[in-house]
Design a protein around this ligand. Structure first.
Ligand code: SAJ
Length: 419
């Protein structure tokens, strides 16, 4: 198919980092999209063409789609031909998958289903969730047939299509990346693929739903395990007084070695969360995956103890903490190790003055408000006043900081950008 088009109405449920770009990309290709969210502010802003978070090129695409009249928003799930569920699947404080948003959607969605509808779960989920979603919908709608209970074509088609887009490159990767679509039956996968082919130029691999869920978790756990290796090396190098960046550079000269970059820890809504779904699914088997999570979760504490150790040599230490987001050049602070580090320093050392700077943010995130020893200032101001400079995020603006400003200060470069 050269120019695939989907003539039905698509409801995208959850207008967050994944749902909103998906809705926008479908609408900009002429599909009639209804964006659904429980947050009234998001619903109003998106309807006006305003983005609720920063992502390159999202604003122009959204205002274009709004101008074309292809996207509307609602707080209620409407009757539609296809549904894409992109709601959060966080973890509980006990590191168990919190699937409450997905099943709240199922409850609200069931009454709206009409024969022929496609339901695609995009949210990253533990293996078996799509099947459970189908059973939940089936229980609420005994008048319809579902893929798990008929041999012929069911009334409702259900699939899992995990996303792979990288924050900061969402609008490009949404279109270019290869995707996996796992259907509860092969026909479910094919129906969902027809919808995704409208905007996805990458290869679409068809599979079953549970394998697709597992593939997504395998991808993110792979990344977590590899970053944990880099972070563990960095802690070993600190102990031995070696430069981990030099060691990684040398090791990566080997033709089959590609060690990732150590950092202050792992943040974001995916890599720091999803591996726990595998641990939950197979606790006895997922030894390496659990250990990697623990290594990465321990890294912010290691950075805190290094800063505290350096601070001992100053009477009233002033520490500049540069960067708060979970990674470079985004304003997303979810699960950010930088925030964890700054909060721990502020709490553990009330006599320390902490000057925080992040050019991607306009103010301190709520988790850091209320500390009397903490101020949000401009980068140059923070560095000029500091005894210790802790670089926590490798934003481009920090890369170009004149090195002269760092002279005479203790520098803790957790991202290795000033070497
Ligand atoms: N990090 C390091 N060292 C590295 C690479 C990353 O410390 O060498 C840190 C980052 O600073 C950040 C965390 O890891 O704190 C995660 O960053 P990331 O860039 O690896 O991943 P995300 O969370 O921005 O996006 C990931 C992507 N997954 C993979 O690369 C496997 C993306 O493709 C997924 O779509 C996304 O998770 C998701 O939604 O699952």
């Amino acid at each position: 198919m050269d120019n695939p088009f989907y003539s039905g109405t698509v409801a995208v449920i959850g207008l967050g980092y994944i749902g909103l770009p998906t809705a926008v990309v479908l609408a900009s290709r002429g599909v009639s999209v209804i964006g659904v969210d429980v947050n009234p502010v998001t619903v109003e802003r998106v309807a006006r063409g305003e983005i609720p978070f920063f992502e390159p090129d999202l604003a122009t695409s959204l205002s274009g789609a709004v101008a074309l009249g292809n996207i509307s928003t609602s707080m209620e799930i409407p009757v539609a031909d296809a549904y894409i569920i992109a709601v959060p699947t966080p973890i509980t404080p006990n590191e168990e998958a919190d699937m409450s948003h997905v099943f709240a959607v199922a409850e609200a969605l069931a009454p709206q289903l009409r024969p022929g509808a496609i339901v695609v779960l995009e949210s990253t989920s533990p293996p078996g969730t799509t099947e459970e979603l189908s059973r939940t919908l089936a229980a609420a709608r005994p008048d319809l047939t579902f893929p798990n209970d008929v041999n012929d074509s069911p009334d409702i088609f259900i699939a899992h299509c995990p996303e792979r887009v990288l924050p900061g490159r969402l609008m490009v990767e949404m279109v270019e990346n290869n995707r996996v679509i796992g259907g509860l039956t092969p026909e479910c996968a094919e129906r969902a693929a027809e919808l995704y082919r409208v905007f996805c130029r990458g290869e679409i691999q068809l599979s079953d739903a549970t394998s697709a869920e597992m593939a997504k978790l395998a991808e993110n756990s792979y990344r977590d395990v590899n970053i944990a290796y880099a972070n563990e090396l960095s802690m070993i190098c600190d102990k031995l007084g070696l430069d981990v960046w030099e060691i990684v550079k040398m090791a990566n000269h080997h033709p089959r070695v590609n060690i990732l970059q150590p950092g202050p820890g792992v943040g974001g809504h995916c890599i720091a969360v999803d591996p726990w779904f595998l641990v939950g699914a197979a606790p006895e088997e997922a030894v390496l995956i659990r250990t990697a999570r623990m290594v990465n979760d321990a890294k912010p504490h290691h950075v805190v103890s290094q800063v505290l150790k350096s601070a001992r040599r100053f009477r009233d230490p002033v520490v500049a903490c540069l960067g708060l987001s979970y990674k470079a050049n985004v304003d997303d602070t979810r699960e950010s190790p930088a925030i964890e580090i700054v909060a721990a320093l502020a709490q553990q050392e009330p006599s320390m003055t902490i000057l925080v700077s992040d050019p991607m943010l306009s103010k301190l995130p709520s988790a850091l408000q209320g500390f009397s020893n903490l101020q949000f200032v401009k980068t140059h101001e923070a560095v000029a006043a500091a005894d210790i400079v802790a670089l926590l995020v490798d934003h481009n603006q920090f890369r170009t900081l004149p090195r002269k400003l760092l002279e005479g200060k203790v520098v803790m470069d957790t991202r290795g950008i000033w070497r």
